[in-house]
Design a protein. Structure first.
Length: 310
């Protein structure tokens, strides 16, 4: 079980870097800087980048490191207020009304106050994120915002402006302390400038080879050292090809883990072909690698590592 004892935010960029590294998240200084500023200035952090580069993981690491609850709003097309903010437990309300009527209660105002009370309010992620107490505000992850439509984006803009929401039957509910907000997008569509202006922004890119190798060694420490180097170099070169979907860091970790499960200590053409489905998820990309690109890349990787060892 996660430790939810609230802890103070980092007091410097170096402390922020250390916080992330302690949680096995290998970040560059630019990301640590904007995260530090977001925490100190209490501004939402808008993270943009390709799928699989670790945007969502930042929110998870932040919640665990600060001892805060993580509340996740997974966005999708058609997301509406009842799914994102709140709704009433209508079944329980009907039972309460029938019980009141059976008991001879005739005061309609009293019945209405009873059924439209906090007891029957179902708090969805947005409302739940506004319920944090001072010094223990949750981390509120709004994941893949680009999947929603512009109407929901406009609604969210109002929430992020005042950190409050109005429930007609109860009135305005305002956060005692605003949540720590992390917004992610894979850039399948542009997010309106009005929302971006309320946030600090950072583009999360694919890591360079050195940082990706450190990530693999932290996440799959049991993998053979030579294998990890070959995996990272292979994927780095793979991203240079015009693929429909280049593999992200998540796929790098998965591939290293899969190869370790197969007791591999180095890459070979047959192994690459047999396990390419762990790395690539579109048939056209897989076909391209199996038609010769994979062997070419693997040959380059082996040559580079052999030269480096001499």
């Amino acid at each position: 079980m996660a430790d939810l004892t609230p802890r103070g935010v980092p007091q410097s960029i170096d402390e922020t870097l250390e916080m992330l590294r302690t949680a096995d998240y290998v970040a560059d200084r630019a990301l640590a800087t904007v995260l530090f500023l977001s925490l100190r200035m209490k501004r939402p952090l808008f993270l943009e980048g390709e799928a699989g580069v670790g945007k969502t993981e930042i929110a998870k690491v932040l919640a665990a490191s600060l001892g805060r609850r993580l509340i996740r709003l997974q966005c999708y097309e058609g997301l509406d207020v009842s799914s994102a903010v709140y709704e009433w437990n209508y079944a329980a309300q009907m039972i309460e009304i029938r019980m009141d009527e059976a008991a001879g209660q005739t005061d309609r105002d009293l019945i209405e106050r009873n059924v439209f009370s906090d007891k029957y309010l179902i708090r969805r992620p947005v409302l739940d994120a506004l319920s944090g107490t001072k010094g223990a505000a949750p981390v509120f992850l709004i994941d893949e915002l680009d999947r929603t439509d512009e109407a929901f984006e406009a609604f969210l803009l109002e929430i992020l402006s005042d950190f409050q929401v109005t429930v007609p039957e109860l009135g305005t509910i305002r956060a005692e302390e605003p949540p720590i907000v992390i917004i992610t997008t894979n850039r399948t569509r542009e997010i309106h400038d009005a929302l971006k202006r309320r946030c600090l922004y950072h583009w999360v890119d694919y890591p360079n080879a050195e940082r990706e190798l450190e990530i693999v060694r932290r996440k799959v420490p049991q993998a053979n050292r030579r294998l990890s180097e070959e995996v990272v170099r292979f994927i780095q070169k793979l991203r240079e090809i015009d693929l429909f979907k280049a593999p992200g860091v998540a796929e790098t970790i998965d591939w290293a883990g899969a190869l370790n499960e197969l007791d591999k200590v180095a890459l070979d053409p047959e192994t690459v072909s047999d396990t390419i489905g762990v790395l690539l998820k579109y048939q056209d990309d897989i076909a391209r690698i199996e038609q010769g690109e994979g062997r070419r890349i693997l040959k380059e990787v082996k040559a580079e590592l052999s030269a480096a060892a001499e």
